[in-house]
Design a protein around this ligand. Structure first.
Ligand SMILES: Cc1cc2nc3c(=O)[nH]c(=O)nc-3n(C[C@H](O)[C@H](O)[C@H](O)COP(=O)(O)O)c2cc1C
Length: 168
């Protein structure tokens, strides 16, 4: 089964194991291959696997996944948004990069879950401070990664009625 169909948000991880650092670098590398508007360079990554740092996130706003339930994250940073060739495109570029990570992680047998930061002003302030992201750069989103305890079960999201031919 292909990893695009197989990917789902995983929120239970085996905390006794940690993804090797080189694999996390590889995931960042795959994110870098995503398309960007006018080939602009607009992202960087924080590989986050330090227990003390993750502990600091414990009481921060979160969605369904609690930060302490995962031991490894890739934090996506939008870099230099004020000086881009096409300002305003960075959320699209970063979103595409995030998907590359999710799909590649699935292919490698890792579980993943995207955690939104942008565009919530509250989360942007909190996470920019926590990771010391400055000068207009910002934390776009955070990807939880680990050895999955949830099953990768394909669920059919596709509705053929969403496809139109030549006009809407
Ligand atoms: C922009 C965005 C923000 C999200 N934020 C969170 C989050 O904060 N916490 C969480 O547990 N899941 C988060 N998710 C994951 C979604 O809940 C999940 O993708 C959705 O329920 C569909 O399930 P699936 O990923 O298994 O297909 C987010 C997903 C997206 C695209």
């Amino acid at each position: 089964m292909d990893s695009i169909k197989l990917r789902r948000s995983i929120r239970k991880f085996d905390l006794s194991k940690k993804i090797p650092y080189d694999d996390l670098v590889l995931l960042c590398k795959y994110a870098s291959y995503a398309p960007t508007a006018r080939r602009q360079i607009d992202k960087e990554y924080i590989i986050l696997d330090d227990e003390n740092m993750i502990n600091k996130m414990k009481d921060l706003p979160h969605g369904t996944l609690k930060y302490e339930d995962c031991n490894t994250y890739i934090v996506l940073i939008a870099k230099n948004p004020a000086n881009l060739t096409i300002p305003g495109m960075e959320p699209i570029d970063l979103g595409m990069a995030a998907e590359n990570i999710l799909i590649k992680a699935t292919e490698m047998g890792y579980g993943s879950c995207y955690l939104g930061v942008y565009p919530s002003e509250e989360r942007l302030n909190i996470f920019n401070n926590l990771f010391e992201v400055k000068n207009g750069d910002f934390v776009f989103g955070i990807i939880a990664l680990g050895y999955p305890l949830d099953e990768f079960k394909e669920w059919d999201k596709f509705d053929p009625n969403t496809i139109h031919h030549n006009k809407y």
